[in-house]
Design a protein around this ligand. Structure first.
Ligand SMILES: [Zn+2]
Ligand SMILES: [Zn+2]
Length: 112
């Protein structure tokens, strides 16, 4: 099973846990052991890793609009994919700040 390091705290995250954030058009991504670390990372202007990180079976743009504000997705959009065992739960956002705002609000009822 592959592991990645959390972009905020560097703890190892196995493939069935945590969240992956990617900005497809910039071909960069980050990973988080939990959503709180996405918030901390975004607020501290954390470093990205290179690579778009989209797999063939992962959605490219979620529902096609920002899960936080409902606006359409343009350049700078990000995709957050939460890994829960075999499940992959994707949400798209118009930008990193809305992904962080959404995560800070608890990611709605779907997180868990
Ligand atoms: Zn972490
Ligand atoms: Zn938005």
């Amino acid at each position: 099973m592959s592991e990645v390091a959390c972009s905020a705290c560097q703890v190892a995250i196995t493939d069935d846990r945590g969240s992956r954030l990617t900005e497809p058009e910039a071909e960069r991504h980050a990973a988080f052991c939990r959503l709180e670390h996405l918030v901390a990372w975004a607020q501290s202007d954390g470093a990205w890793r290179s690579g778009a990180l989209l797999e063939d079976d992962e959605p490219g743009d979620g529902l096609g609009c920002c899960a936080q504000c409902g606006d359409g997705l343009g350049y700078g959009r990000v995709l957050l994919v939460r890994h829960r065992g075999p499940l992959r739960i994707g949400d798209a956002f118009c930008g990193i700040q809305h992904a962080a705002a959404w995560a800070q609000a608890g990611g709605r009822w779907r997180v868990g």
